[in-house]
Design a protein around this ligand. Structure first.
Ligand SMILES: [Zn+2]
Length: 475
């Protein structure tokens, strides 16, 4: 049976005390009940979990990374298999990023390690970084999870470039070059030279064929100077317009046919004017991205600008890059007043439990993060705060010797199949023995735990209990 092929979003109910809301995104590949946690399948696979398991867990939207899929196997290969979903045997909704974040974070993370050079638009501010080749760690050798009090805090400070001179990437084999027109970089796989522009990113994402795609943007590192933050934001705005133009060029059959502001009635027939829906009439949706670092005026300017363009949804970028949790909450509260009520909002790169409560409280609908599987590979498992090893946290380290003889499940409150079938003692053993099952068990539990927590939050918003639930979880 052919499904309705149009992307649309509707707000179903709103919390009276906060900005939290319940909605539904409709895509040609199914519905996403929001708020929703989005599983990240970087290389067209969620590490350690099969698509069947993701369906069983209740994941509704899957996030693929354009940078990785472009380099390997290439968007043409994915397209030949019928797009990202068919390629990986995931028949639900999908979303891809623009590829920009990986290119920039690649350069910045390398810069933090002290080798090579990163060149900005002007070419005169060069950050040292090592050779790109062999930079990306294997899936099991990534750095330890960040401390809960800050996000991934590994980025160097960037200053604003002063002139328009460009350096040649060919003279230095480890350069990543950012200009107002494009980004030139080397593959982390084989060192080959590539470039990415807003137009190329949209063309690649069209071939990958996700239901939701994102604009090419520049995520300024944290910390950055005000000057550089402004420059990156302005470049992001120009790239947003170019991404949009290319999106329409790639989809000539699709004009912006937004029908916004349609009221929705309750079952009793009374009109609820705050409830709106957004029907796009398109199969593939394009989200704009708000940037602006941790500067209130830039965030407001960016939220206004991106909201003024005919995007199908709005993503908030530039968070989880090293800023404090308070700064992240500030960013969300600054941008919220300018976001269109009728469009879905995605928060990029958020997945810690207290951040999820903050994001939902600030009116975010979806958010993605690699944390469930990354933590899972280290034996860090999610638990409610009342089962946590430390006050106000949400995790325990199953590697610890105190769990050797524990016959409890990973979490008493979790109904996942891992918690039903295995003890903490057994999971501790398979981690100690470096057995592959260890990663799968902990990743399955973490993904289930977080997806179902967000589903419980959704129910709590519907029942007017969101603030009460938040108080029980976040102290
Ligand atoms: Zn579990």
């Amino acid at each position: 049976m052919k499904k309705n092929s149009s992307f649309s979003f509707k707000v179903i109910s709103k919390d009276s005390k906060t900005k939290a809301r319940v909605g539904q995104i409709h895509t040609p590949h199914g519905d996403i009940e929001t708020p929703a946690f989005v599983a990240v399948g970087t290389q067209a696979t969620v590490k350690g979990l099969s698509p069947d398991e993701l369906r069983e867990i209740g994941v509704e939207l899957l996030f693929g990374n354009t940078y990785h899929l472009h380099l390997r196997p290439g968007e043409d290969v994915v397209q030949e298999f019928g797009g990202l979903g068919k390629f990986m045997n995931w028949y639900g909704p999908t979303i891809t990023d623009s590829g920009g974040f990986q290119v920039f974070s690649l350069a910045k993370r390398i810069a933090a390690r002290g080798g090579g050079f990163l060149t900005h638009a002007s070419g005169d501010v060069r950050q040292p970084f090592e050779k790109i080749i062999n930079f990306f760690p294997s899936s099991l050798s990534e750095s330890r999870p960040p401390d809960e009090n800050t996000q991934k805090n590994t980025r160097p400070t960037f200053s604003s470039p002063g002139n328009d001179q460009e350096s040649s990437i060919d003279k230095n084999p480890s350069l990543v070059k950012i200009t107002n027109d494009k980004v030139v970089f080397r593959s982390h796989i084989d060192g080959s030279l590539h470039e990415l522009t807003p137009e190329l990113s949209i063309q690649i994402q069209k071939k990958l064929g996700a239901d939701i795609i994102l604009c090419f943007d520049e995520c300024a590192p944290y910390p950055s100077t005000r000057e550089y933050t402004k420059e990156a934001m302005e470049r992001t705005h120009k790239w947003a317009e170019r991404s949009l133009a290319e999106f329409y060029r790639c989809h000539p059959e699709l004009l912006p046919v937004s029908r916004q502001g349609v009221s929705v009635s309750t079952s009793a027939g009374e009109e609820m004017p705050k409830q709106v829906r957004h029907d796009t009439g398109r199969e593939q949706a394009l989200y704009g991205i708000v940037q602006g670092g941790v500067c209130k005026d830039f965030r407001e300017e960016s939220a206004k600008f991106i909201s003024s363009l005919p995007f199908d949804g709005i993503a908030i970028g530039g968070v989880s890059v090293g800023e404090t949790k308070k700064e992240m909450r500030d960013v969300l509260s600054w941008v919220h007043p300018f976001l269109p009520e009728e469009k879905p909002r995605h928060l990029l790169g958020i997945g810690e439990i207290d951040d999820i409560f903050s994001a939902i409280e600030c009116g975010m609908d979806t958010f993605d993060c690699v944390i469930p599987t990354r933590f899972g590979r280290y034996g860090i498992v999610f638990v409610p705060p009342w089962e946590s090893e430390a006050k106000g946290r949400f995790r325990l380290d199953i590697n610890r010797s105190i769990y050797v003889r524990s016959n409890q499940p990973l979490s008493k409150d979790c109904e996942c199949k891992v918690c039903k079938q295995f003890t903490r003692g057994y999971v501790n053993h398979v981690f100690k023995a470096n057995e592959l099952l260890a990663y799968r068990l902990a990743s399955y539990h973490n993904m289930y735990f977080i997806v179902h927590l967000v589903k419980k939050i959704r129910e709590a918003i519907m029942e007017g209990e969101f603030s009460k639930m938040k108080k029980e979880w976040v102290w």
